[in-house]
Write a protein that binds this ligand. Structure first.
Ligand code: SAM
Length: 254
């Protein structure tokens, strides 16, 4: 899928490619954005819209912090958040219609009250969020079906690139998992080429029988369903953030 370009410049000056808006929202979804999003919104420090500093951990979900980049309609995020109530989840998605869909799911699951729920939302560019997250704060990160941008002249738009991987390596804890899915073979090769040469990540499910099927604790997504319906297989890649050593360089394993 190649999104209609509707780009805008993000906080750190990079262009955000992809759609921010889709079809006109139904009034009920609009109300969710107006009424519920402000309560669950994770604002970055110095954000003009900020009502409070980046609030990562709801009081009842202190065990870990998991980050999902580009959650789309939020099916995966909602499922893992419900399955792991003591973990704090931070979901990032600039597409307004997707944010509204997740909010609807959170209301249905009883997770829309910030005092009860364990999900916070950053409705904008993941690169800004990653840059603002504290070092070694994220215990697991997900990038599921990032836009493949198949044309060569658009490859520079791909989200999985050296800068984003460097940012994730900084924010991820030692031993933290990075899960990436794609249904696009060339993008899969691109991702592997960048992660396997990145000193701070190791591939942990390199056997075909492991990456070719979705693990039981990895809920599916809407985009994945569309790919399957179109006859495209997906791959489910799992990497580990290697341990930092005292000198700041990389150890063989955590
Ligand atoms: C192909 S869709 C996949 C959505 C969802 N993960 C799924 O599997 O159904 C890719 C998503 O990445 C989001 N995205 C693109 N660039 C992004 C960025 N810089 N930060 C956060 N999300 C981004 C898009 O808005 C889109 O929702």
């Amino acid at each position: 899928m190649e999104p209609k370009s509707n780009s805008a410049v993000s906080r750190h000056g990079a262009v955000l490619f992809g759609r921010r808006r889709g079809p006109k929202l139904r009034p009920a979804r609009r109300r969710l954005l107006d009424d519920v999003l402000p309560r669950l919104r994770a604002d970055l420090p110095n954000d003009a819209l900020s009502s409070r500093p980046l609030d990562l951990y709801p009081p009842h979900a202190q065990d870990d912090l998991w980050l999902e980049v580009g959650f789309g309609g939020g099916e995966h995020l909602l499922a893992v958040a419900e399955a792991n109530p003591h973990i704090a989840f931070l979901g990032c998605e600039p597409f307004v219609n997707g944010v509204a869909r997740l909010l609807s799911g959170l209301v249905g699951a009883g997770l829309a009250d910030p005092a009860a729920g364990n999900v916070r939302i950053y409705p904008d560019d993941a690169r800004d969020l990653i840059a603002a997250l504290p070092e070694a704060s994220v215990g697991r990160a997900f990038i599921l079906f990032p836009d493949p941008w198949p044309k060569s002249r658009h490859h520079k738009r791909r989200l999985v690139n050296k800068d984003v991987l460097d940012g994730l390596a900084r924010t991820m804890k030692n031993g933290a998992e990075l899960r990436i899915a794609t249904d696009h073979r060339a993008y899969c090769r691109w991702i592997l080429a960048r992660i396997l040469t990145h000193t701070e990540f190791a591939w942990t499910n390199g056997h075909r029988r492991s990456w070719a099927s979705r693990p039981p604790d990895w809920p599916g997504t809407r985009y994945e369903q569309k790919a399957a319906a179109a006859g495209r297989d997906s791959v489910y890649l799992i990497f580990r953030r290697r341990a930092r050593t005292k000198r700041g360089d990389i150890a063989g394993s955590p």
